[in-house]
Ligand binder design. Sequence first.
Ligand SMILES: C[S@@+](CC[C@H](N)C(=O)[O-])C[C@H]1O[C@@H](n2cnc3c(N)ncnc32)[C@H](O)[C@@H]1O
Length: 184
Amino acid sequence: MLSIEREVCGCDFGGNSWTSQQQADDQIRILGLKSGVKLIDLGAGSGWPGIYMARQTGCDVTLVDMPEIALKIAEQRSQEEGVADRVSTCIADAANLPHENASFDAISHSDLLCCLVRKRGVLEQCRRVIRPDGIMAFTVISIAPGLSQSEHARALANAPEFADMESDYLALLKASHWQVTEQV
Ligand SMILES: C[S@@+](CC[C@H](N)C(=O)[O-])C[C@H]1O[C@@H](n2cnc3c(N)ncnc32)[C@H](O)[C@@H]1O
């Protein structure tokens, strides 16, 4: 599995998002990550791409997810990568974060929103915990617009459980008071 991940995504953190190394590098650039920047990576799983971002840039990262087992793997990996002093983990629901208001400079998440129902709740929490001039970058697996009915059904059958949604991400971001600067 790891060798497939290396070949397809360019990483080997046991990730289960489709975020490639190229996309993680793009997010590093967009977020302006560097030493001293406080990043929170939501739905962090076993540490992809949060630990990679900490390793590449010197930033501090808080990894948030719900299964403790994934975060234990992430803690082990952060030691192996020599960044354990800048990586902390937190078991929490991304729609109900325990962190104080305006406590992070940057937020990332990789295919988190397509794996849960409360997308707007998560985006509102992100808005609450980020500093007013902070930046968020994320990936989602979403159903392409303009598909025929049968194509849409096929896409849905192969997508993560909550990939389908009534309104689009731009509308959700606007409703949760985010200003969108770049969409790929
Ligand atoms: C597609 S996986 C991505 C994991 C990792 N970031 C990666 O790239 O491999 C989505 C992650 O979101 C987590 N997740 C789902 N709902 C969540 C919630 N409400 N709060 C926090 N994490 C959640 C899952 O446990 C899972 O680890």
